[in-house]
Design a protein around this ligand. Sequence first.
Ligand code: PMV
Length: 351
Amino acid sequence: ADQKVYQASTTAPVNIAVVKYWGKRDPKLNLPTNSSVSVTLSQADLRTHTTAACSSSFGSEDSLLLNSSPQDVTGARTQACFRELRSLRAQLEASDASLPKLSPLPLRIVSENNFPTAAGLASSAAGFAALVRAIANLYELSSSPTELSRIARQGSGSACRSLFGGYVAWQMGEKADGSDSVAVEVAPASHWPTMRALILVVSAEKKGVSSTSGMQITVATSELFQRRAEVVVPRHMLKMEKAIKEKDFEAFGKVTMMESNSFHATCLDTFPPIFYLNDVSRAAIRAVEDINTKAGKVIAAYTFDAGPNAVIYYEEENTEAVAGVLKSALGNLDGWQGRDIKEQASDNLDA
Ligand code: PMV
């Protein structure tokens, strides 16, 4: 029998939302209650590298190694990604008999993050995006990034946005089957070359409440959440896409901060409440407020995901006034790391 090993590799970057995804209308398909927008960080700093291989010599089981440790692939999320990709490959094989029959072969996936997985830095987003893209390359699928985003979404919602570089929108969609809940490019990173992101790792501990269970309790108990999903986010989506297109940092920064605040307010309004921010997070918020007050306009913007670590956006010309001042204001905390997103290209996933 053919024991040949077929393989392909790719990388996918971390993305940080500036309009947040929080809430599922369909937990099985990861269909969100609202649209969202993210900024992709530089692959030089934060990315997952993944190799996907398949061979009849691999035994009978699929497997996944992340940073050298074996992961469970039997979960519904990973299985959904494998199933969708295998079915696309099977369609190709059915239409062209000369293609090797890869779809039935066991998959062996090897992933490495170039950042601490435990730091709560959206590792699942880069992880599932890289996994889907690597298998799509292995299977030589001609799917577009948007088509692959529909599959990556089923692994982890935010992963659908990591199929693109730059500024990316995840359109919530309307259909029950999720076929229109996909990511699209708002602008490539090259559109706004002065944009910078600084990451403050407040804590490298694993987050207290996972995003999946946090969202579920928020949707079930918070009335504030209803208003956020129906009124606040649609308004923020329009303002954010306009701010990005016009490279209007003040508008971008204001919506980014109000979005983060709105998301964390719904976490506090969850019963029992969810606390993702801590004292150091709040000190970072105050330091950004001071910087903006002193500048007389918004030159820095904070955002926080499901944990205490801050991401601060600013423009290159304000590096000293933002990154320099934040470092001295917040003392000699470990983990201050500047992340340059200047070089990020829109087609940053090697095909
Ligand atoms: O994709 P998940 O299930 O890890 O959820 C991500 C949720 C936030 O990071 C808090 C917001 C977002 O849009 O990325």
